[in-house]
Ligand binder design. Structure first.
Ligand SMILES: NC(=O)c1ccc[n+]([C@@H]2O[C@H](COP(=O)([O-])OP(=O)(O)OC[C@H]3O[C@@H](n4cnc5c(N)ncnc54)[C@H](O)[C@@H]3O)[C@@H](O)[C@H]2O)c1
Length: 276
């Protein structure tokens, strides 16, 4: 049996300097938890943590560096106490008309950050949690982890991988008191969506709406979170259609244009940031 955790938790969030991670840190701190915000951009993470107040602290950590992730979590345990929840949120998404037109460095980086980075965080957190038989790992995947997305092949590959990894780890640690939550957002209004097209059937969430779903899962331990509900149902439906029909549905609903008909000028700053 796992110990029941009551009261405030110590929660590490990767990629917490911006977007969904930042919004999640704000909500979890407001709810009385201690949040440790890590990001590739440590200065921004520290500045945002300072704005949140005493319950937050920001650090620079590259999730692709397994040793750095381990050392970061060990530092958190020394300075702030046992890590109760690890939220692997850091991620990038580069849009390209097709995989041949994507810079191979970005293709690799997408897998390194979104899949291997989240695996690093999961493994190193569970290593600390397992002896205590208590803890939760929240992995932020995507609906692109259950359906293919035109223009986002590497991203979709990384998120399919992360969904499979998370679901498998849940089975491996089900009787060891470790909870796994797989988050599968639809489009969320962050830098990641800059300059993309829209589909009349796909609504865009505010980061705070997605963050509320993640923060609620920290309270409930829910195994899967997908918002908005309408996009989850659409993606589930497409995932079971015969591929030829799925292609047509993607075309009629304009979903296939979200990441292929992009405004390069509006997207330039985001694409430049993630390629650094
Ligand atoms: N925005 C969406 O539409 C959407 C949809 C589905 C899933 N997601 C997922 O949500 C997560 C957060 O995305 P977001 O939209 O908030 O993006 P964002 O760009 O606003 O924030 C991502 C953060 O991750 C950080 N980061 C990037 N590489 C890192 C690394 N190697 N180590 C540590 N931090 C790193 C960035 O510096 C940035 O602050 C991602 O995993 C993303 O794939 C986003």
């Amino acid at each position: 049996m796992s110990e029941q955790q009551v009261g405030p938790k110590t929660i590490v969030i990767t990629g917490a300097a911006r977007g969904i991670g930042l919004a999640t840190a704000r909500i979890l701190a407001t709810r009385g938890n201690r949040v440790v915000m890590s990001d590739l951009d440590g200065e921004l993470a520290a500045a945002e943590a300072e704005k949140i107040g005493d319950r937050a602290a920001g650090f620079g950590v590259d999730v692709t560096d397994r040793d750095a992730v381990r050392e970061h979590l060990e530092m958190v345990e020394r300075e702030f106490g046992p890590v109760d929840v690890m939220i692997n949120n850091a991620g990038i998404a580069s849009a390209s008309p097709n995989i041949l037109e994507q810079d191979p460095k970005i293709t690799e980086r997408t897998i390194d950050i979104n899949l291997k980075g989240a695996m690093n965080g999961t493994i190193e957190a569970i290593r600390l949690m397992e002896p205590r038989r208590r803890g939760q790992v929240v992995n932020v995947a995507s609906l692109a982890g259950i359906i293919g997305v035109k223009g986002l092949a590497a991203y979709s590959a990384s998120k399919f991988g992360l969904v499979g990894f998370t679901e498998s780890i849940r089975l491996e640690f089900a009787d060891k008191g470790i909870k796994l939550t797989c988050v599968m957002p639809g489009p969320v209004d962050t830098g990641m969506m800059d300059g993309t097209s829209s589909s009349p059937l796909v609504s865009m969430l505010a980061p705070e709406e997605m963050a509320t779903g993640i923060a609620d899962a920290v309270t409930t331990g829910k195994p899967r979170v997908s918002l908005p509900r309408s996009s989850w149902l659409l993606a589930r439906t497409i995932s079971v259609l015969p591929p030829a029909i799925g292609i047509r549905v993607g075309h009629w609903t304009r979903i296939d244009r979200i990441y292929t008909e992009v405004d390069p000028a509006a997207r330039a700053a985001y694409e430049e940031r993630i390629s650094r």
